[in-house]
Every structure is written in C-alpha cells, then in structure tokens.
Design a protein around this ligand. Structure first.
Ligand code: ZN
Length: 507
C-alpha cells in the first residue's frame, strides 16, 4: 500500500515536471532576441575552453613551433572545428591556411653549458643545470665551442651614437656575454629610444657578434626564445643569474653596477672576464621551412558592410622543443581556445553580423612576429577596410584582464567596456601603447600598418613565461570564458552598427 503511494506520487511529480518543461519549451519561442543571444553567450563554457587548451598544449603537437609538423597538425585541428561550425576558409586555394616562408631550428637533448675552473695543472668542470641555469639558444647552430668569455654589455656597435662595445676588443673565436635590449629603454624617452631601436633586436645583436668573429654567445635572458637569427657556426645559449654571477666572480666588478654604469653614462664597459666556458648544442636548422596563418571568416550579411572586416586574432604557435617540449598553455593556446569559443558562438548566434568577421590564428609570433608581418604585407582583405583587430596573447592565467592600446582607440574600447559592464564585470586595466619598441605582439604589426588594435592579456595569478612551466597547472579557465563572452557581445554589437570608424578618434 505504502509502496504504491510512492509510485503514484512519483508519477504525479513526473507529470507536473513534464508539463512545466513543455511550458518552458513553448515559452522559449517567445524569448526576446536578447534572451536568445544571452543563451548563446552563456553556452561559451570555461570547461570547453579548458579542453581546447589541454589539447593544444599536449605533447602531440610538440610545442607548436611554426614550420614543424607539430604546428601544422595543431592548425589542422583548429581548422576542423572551423569547418564543423561553418566558419569559411579564407586562406590559400580555398583552404584555411595562408603560407609564408619561415626558417626554423630544432633543438635536441644533447645541449650543455660548462665552466672550466683552473685547478692545479688542470681544470675542474662545473656543469650547469638545463632550464634552471641555462636554456639553449633556439636558433643556435649545432656544434661546440670552448673559449674565453668577453663581456660586451649590450653587444651594440653604433658609431653614429659614439657607442661601440666591441671597440678595441678582440672577440675572434671567443664567447661573448651579452645583455638583452639596449641601454636606453623605450619608456624613458621615446625620442632618444628611436635612435637605439634598431640595436635592440635579438637578431641584430647575434649577427653583430658573429660579424665581429665571435663563435659563441651567452645571452643574459633566461627564457626560451626562437625570435633570433641563425648564423652559420655560431653557437649560443641563454643564461640566468647563477651563470652571470660565476662569470663576474673574481673580476673585481659587480654585474649590477656595470650594467647601471653603461645605462647611466652610455659608455661601453666591455672587458675580458678570463673565464673559460664550453657551449655545446645539438640542433638542426631548416632554411626552407613554411609557416602558416590559419584564417577563417564569417561573412557579413549586409551587401555593403560585409566588405568591412573585424579581425579576431591570437597566435597559435609556441616555442617547440628546447630541448624539452614547451607546452605554451597560456602563451598562447589560451587565446586560440577563446577564439574557438567565440567562433562557435558567433556561428550559432541568432543575431548575424552585418560586417565580416575574420579569425586569424597567427603563425610564427614567437619567430619575430612573422605571421602577422606577412599578413599586413599580404592582407586577405584591404587594410583600409579592416575596422580593427582584437588580439589576445596570454589570456589563460589570472583573474583580471589588461587591454593594451585601449586608450589609443577609445571608441573601439567602448564596445568592449560596455559588454563587460553589462554582462561580465571583470577588472580590465586599460593602457596607452606607444608601440615604438621592437614588435613583440601581433597587434603591434597591425597598429604600425594603421589598423586600430587592442591586445588582451590576463594577469593576477601565478604565471610562467617561455619555460616548460607554462603548462595546464597555471590555467584559470574562468577568465577565458569571461573574455570570450565579453568579446562575443562586443563584436556582434560593433559588427552591426551602421557606421564604424575607430581611426578618426585614435589618440
Ligand atoms: Zn605569446
């Protein structure tokens, strides 16, 4: 008896539930356009985006170095989603890929750095620890060099500035120890920096060392960095404080003071450290590498406005193996995850964009920002008709966002701000971007080409840059969900305005 009651009761509850579900379904047809839009916005889910990052950061893509098979396969994987959702190909010959020349270098496990300390009749060798103390140069030639280390400051020969750090030095066959950047920084005095700018490039510094006959380089920049030149027979490695300290010990100089003096007086402080080091790298250079930008579009519905383009971009590539696999979860699988989240939502949105939305997953950002350089030199749609680029770099680790160049383009920023204020409510820090240093972001290339651009990054939690620890452990998926939802709403709104001009109000 009692049992029967329970069964009947459950049946009644079931009926009530079924009829209210039906009512909700019927009511669903009366949802306002904004409610439907919000449903799609909320369908962008942190768990899905986390899954995308996990896939791209996995070992099967070998760190996504542009030019390698791992990179190509990661591009194919992203393209398969574009295809599934109906994002149309915008690349070469009806594909999603836009090819450009891109040499690259593979770095293998047999890489070492050793200091030889004189002891009695021989030497004692100190072997440094991979990654913790040194990281092999990502464009180093293969081979071994044992030589004295000559400190050359910033490694700059600028006769017109009365500054030559190689003057009076013989570095023939030697290893040079060098600082990164230039003794003048871009934010100190933009006008003064302009004169030094050309000397701040990694490529210049490496080639200048090789041109002076140096055989190797210890680069005081403790990260993995394929953004450099390849010079035949030139072997180099990146080092951190522990190695610098060893080299300066017993020289009567403090590294910190020497650097401060160069910066203050703008006079070279080069000297022979008399330390002897061996750099050994095992690498393979490919001059004939091909890189790809991955491009897909959602064509605008308006016969006229569809010729105006809103670009959403982020780089797909990372550092490859150096010599461990560099996962690049935050840099920049995170941005590709956000692009995928937005792309799916935009294809399913009840509101269709009147302007064309172009997604670009850039290649070779890590190799001299080459993919975006290729795009602005060979644009698929005219740059004058390109309304803006919304770029993302490192958007997967943190609880706050920064919007670089938001203050340069206040009218563009207003669209994102409105979406954030209305739906998301994250802290977004805006800044003015001078953009006079060497390009380090895809957005910088577009700004130079006159395209209004914003570049988003996340901050506020533990993060690692260009080391193996940029992996899934640091990813905070909620920030990606919030950014994707925010940009989804902002981009739809701007894509549907009657007129859009972010250039005339640019600051
Ligand atoms: Zn990046």
């Amino acid at each position: 008896m009692r049992r029967k009651f329970v069964v009947v009761g459950l049946f009644v509850i079931g009926l009530v539930w079924a009829s209210s579900w039906g009512a909700a379904q019927r009511g669903g047809q009366q949802l306002s356009e904004e409610q439907k839009l919000l449903q799609v916005m909320h369908s962008i889910h942190s768990q899905t985006l986390y899954g995308y990052v996990e896939e791209l950061a996995s070992d099967k893509y070998w760190g996504r170095l542009t030019g390698t098979e791992g990179y190509n396969q990661s591009a194919e994987w992203v393209a398969s989603y574009f295809k599934k959702w109906g994002v149309q190909p915008a690349g070469d010959n009806g594909t999603y890929l836009s090819a450009f020349p891109n040499p690259y270098t593979l770095i293998f496990e047999d890489c070492h750095l050793t200091m030889h300390i004189p002891h009695k009749d021989g030497t004692i060798d100190k072997h440094y620890i991979y990654e913790e103390e040194f990281i092999p140069g990502s464009t180093s030639d293969s081979g071994e060099v044992t030589a004295e280390v000559i400190y050359v400051g910033y490694g700059i020969s600028a006769p017109e500035l009365g500054f030559d750090e190689y003057a009076g030095l013989d570095v023939q066959g030697k290893i040079v120890l060098m600082e990164r950047e230039a003794p003048v920084s871009p934010n100190q005095d933009p006008e003064v920096f302009k004169k030094w700018r050309a000397y701040s490039f990694h490529q210049y510094k490496l080639k200048n060392a090789a041109a002076h006959g140096a055989r190797g380089m210890l680069y005081n920049y403790h990260i993995t960095n394929p953004n450099n030149a390849f010079a035949e027979g030139f072997i180099y490695t990146h080092i951190g404080d522990a190695v610098v300290k060893d080299i300066f010990s017993g020289t009567g100089r403090k590294h910190k003071d020497v650097v401060a003096a160069i910066r203050k007086e703008l006079k070279p402080r080069s000297f022979n450290t008399e330390k002897v080091y061996t750099i050994k790298n095992t690498t393979e250079h490919h001059t004939d590498g091909i890189g790809y930008n991955l491009v897909g579009k959602i064509e605008g519905t308006d016969p006229v406005l569809k010729d105006e383009i809103v670009i959403v971009g982020g780089h797909l590539d990372h550092l490859g193996r150096c010599y461990e696999i560099m996962p690049g979860a935050n840099d920049n699988a995170s941005a590709i995850a956000v692009i995928l989240g937005m792309a799916e939502a935009l294809t399913k949105s009840p509101v269709k964009p009147r302007r064309t939305i172009l997604f670009i997953c850039f290649g070779a950002e890590e190799q001299a920002v080459a993919g975006s350089k290729f795009y602005v030199e060979n644009p698929i749609f005219p740059l004058e008709k390109t309304v803006c680029l919304i770029n993302m770099d490192g958007v997967g680790a943190g609880d706050k966002l920064s919007a670089l160049a938001a203050q340069n383009y206040p009218d563009l920023w207003e669209y994102v701000k409105r979406a954030n204020d209305k739906y998301i409510h994250r802290i977004v820090n805006t800044s003015y971007f001078l953009n006079n240093a060497r390009p380090r972001l895809d957005a910088a290339r577009f700004m130079w080409a006159g395209v209004p651009s914003l570049s988003f990054a996340a901050y506020g939690s533990r993060s690692f840059y260009h080391v193996t620890k940029d992996n899934m452990d640091i990813i905070t998926p909620e920030i990606m969900e919030d950014l994707a939802q925010m940009l989804f709403m902002a981009i739809l709104e701007m894509a549907n305005q009657d007129t859009l001009d972010f250039r005339s109000t640019a600051k």
